[in-house]
Design a protein around this ligand. Structure first.
Ligand code: ZN
Length: 343
């Protein structure tokens, strides 16, 4: 009961990459970098186990960014000539690669870190991939026509590639494949109209558990400013949850603690596992186990015990390693306290 998990990313050690930034530069290259990525993956698997996180992940140590890490293995994308583009409905500018031709996977994307993590933990292993709609929002389209129809076709083309990698991850022994779709909270109507359908294309044929993570973004300034403008009630989830409830996705991860998401929106996810965000990523303040247990208790009004998985609100990538460790510690201790209260 109350098995804990992380949303996905964790800070990279200082010897692997720049710290406390979203698109960090690697500290080395070639074989040395590959070895460093593997070491960082192992380090975080061990730390998650020691801290008491039940469902562990690779912490996304082998990818520079959660979207571009996948795209690096896709043919038809020009990474040499990145362009500046406003992403997440122009919330912030990013340098993004351009889609210039037919999309094809050049090979496996995450074999190294998935197999390594699998070989070193007996706990359930969750692996994250970017969702098709979020990918489409993080690339410049020079091939699919640049209009709405083009975006949809491009999303389904990416979904097919994601499906190939997801099936391979399942064969590697991954227990849960999770797709990250922060774009669902930005383009709510599109998410309900075709985003969930693209996601279902990405999970086609999988027999392992499938999940989607929808959040209000990393704790970077542009996101924090955006959240301040969203008002007292954040109802974005309300539009996409009904479509997800009807889909074959097994688990949904959402922001909760220190957000303005009305908790009763979780009711819309009847029949799904709910990964409830009990750890805030927008502040370095460390949650107390009591706060974590209280958030779990509040969510229990709307989610049954056996379907509630305490989780972080989003990835911890841009945080300091020390803060991340302390937050994971609070996550595990708070879940343990909730088990005592509600067991
Ligand atoms: Zn997130």
């Amino acid at each position: 009961m109350f098995e804990t998990a992380i949303a996905g990313s964790l800070p990279k050690p200082a010897w692997l990459a720049e710290t406390e930034t979203l698109w960090p530069q690697w500290r080395s290259s070639g074989a040395e970098l590959e070895a460093a990525k593997a070491d960082a993956t192992l380090l975080w698997v061990k730390l998650q186990e020691d801290l008491g996180v039940d469902i562990v992940g690779d912490g996304e140590q082998a990818r520079q960014h959660f979207v571009h890490g996948f795209l690096a293995q896709v043919e038809g994308i020009d990474f040499e000539h990145k362009v500046k583009m406003g992403i997440r409905n122009n919330r912030y500018d990013a340098m993004v690669p351009q889609v210039v031709g037919e999309l094809r996977l050049a090979g496996r994307v995450h074999a190294m870190e998935a197999q390594l993590a699998r070989a070193h933990t007996r706990r359930p292993l969750k692996f994250t991939l970017p969702g098709p709609m979020t990918i489409v929002d993080t690339v410049a389209d020079r091939h699919y026509g640049g209009d709405r129809e083009g975006r949809i076709r491009m999303a389904f083309a990416f979904a097919e590639l994601l499906n190939q990698e997801a099936r391979a991850l399942q064969a590697d022994g991954v227990d849960i494949v999770q797709f990250d779709e922060p774009a669902f909270n930005v383009y709510m109507q599109d998410a309900a109209d075709w985003g969930v359908a693209a996601l279902e294309r990405a999970v086609e044929g999988l027999t392992c558990k499938t999940a989607v993570h929808i959040c209000y973004g990393y704790g970077i300034k542009a996101n924090i400013d955006w959240k301040h403008g969203l008002g007292d009630e954040w109802r974005q989830y309300e539009q996409v949850f009904p479509a997800l409830a009807k889909s074959r996705i097994d688990q949904v991860s959402l922001e909760c603690f220190r957000s303005h998401v009305p908790l009763d929106l979780m009711r819309l996810l009847d029949g799904k596992d709910v990964m409830v965000g009990v750890i805030d990523v927008a502040s370095d303040e460390i949650e107390t186990p009591e706060q974590v247990a209280d958030t779990i208790g509040n969510a229990l009004q709307f989610v049954s015990k056996d379907r509630l998985f305490p989780c972080t609100n989003c990835g911890l990538a841009p945080m300091s390693r020390e803060v991340a460790v302390r937050k994971l510690d609070a996550l595990a201790k708070g879940a343990a306290m909730a088990r005592e209260r509600h067991g």
